[in-house]
Ligand binder design. Sequence first.
Ligand SMILES: C[S@@+](CC[C@H](N)C(=O)[O-])C[C@H]1O[C@@H](n2cnc3c(N)ncnc32)[C@H](O)[C@@H]1O
Ligand SMILES: [Zn+2]
Length: 325
Amino acid sequence: MYKEHVKILACPKCKGNLELFGEGEFVENGSLECKKCNVSYEILNGIPRFVESSNYADSFGFEWNMHKKTQYDSASGVSASRTRFYKETRWEKCEGEIILEAGCGSGRFTPYALELVGDSGLVISFDYSNAVDAASNKPSKNLLRIQADIFNLPLRDESCDKCFCFGVLQHTPSAKNAIKSLVNSLRGGGQFVCDHYPFNKNTPFNTKYYVRPIAKWIPHRALYNFGKRYVDFMWPIFKFNRRFFSPFRANRLNWRLLIPDYTSEGLDEEKLKEWAYLDFFDMLSPKYDRPIRMKTLYRFLEEAGLENVETNPGYNGWEGRGIKK
Ligand SMILES: C[S@@+](CC[C@H](N)C(=O)[O-])C[C@H]1O[C@@H](n2cnc3c(N)ncnc32)[C@H](O)[C@@H]1O
Ligand SMILES: [Zn+2]
């Protein structure tokens, strides 16, 4: 981390100041200490670590380190991540602002947040797992990467202008409390946007909800290797479905057969398969996967202290947004 970023950070326990120990303008290895709580947080490989090294999000650390680049537009050759970022946030250039990226995973949306804040702004990108080590966006004074827990943010309250949280909330023990914590980090008038897996009439037909309760206990490497073999074995069926059914039916059928289908993103066959390997593991390994109704998301957003709340069907099921009161 850059030394100047210490002023943004706060002790996650008491929200007090942290003192930085480490060499150089960019501290590769060092520590952050809270005198009041008498605790020290390690800085390892340039990233401050505010959490235990192993936690419930380990499966994500595994998958993003296996697929560091897979969903980056620069690697996939399509603009899936860019399109999703701009469509979902609806944000425009906001030079000099601070954007908080919650649960960054491999960091595929980070370049677009950086694009918005320009040279005078800052993107704070965090994840609970060691996915932060996979995130390959170059260190810069406009990017602060941290390993932190959504429920115990090492940030001052009301310090961010915007926050986005994509693909994360259903994988936490409490979406409601996670939203509350993120909204606390926003200043009055700050903008929040998130998405959430849906609970609706199709949920009972979603095969993963019957398989995941068992699959999540399988060691990560074994599940991942099994997934690869399964996708390879099923690929002729995947292609058959794509050829003989309408795009809508083929997509539904493939997902029900647990073969992730991203054909609509325009990926070539090799990439389609790579995304399928990643997503087979992604849908069956998480400790938590709790879909909710859209009205529940709406209530969580209101209860967190947002106004102009809006929820709509969109990426990942439901999208939700609002402005901090
Ligand atoms: C499906 S991934 C999404 C990653 C990224 N946002 C994307 O869409 O590519 C969910 C991420 O949420 C993170 N996550 C889960 N619980 C978290 C928590 N309590 N605090 C921070 N991140 C968390 C996981 O580690 C994982 O990287
Ligand atoms: Zn403290």
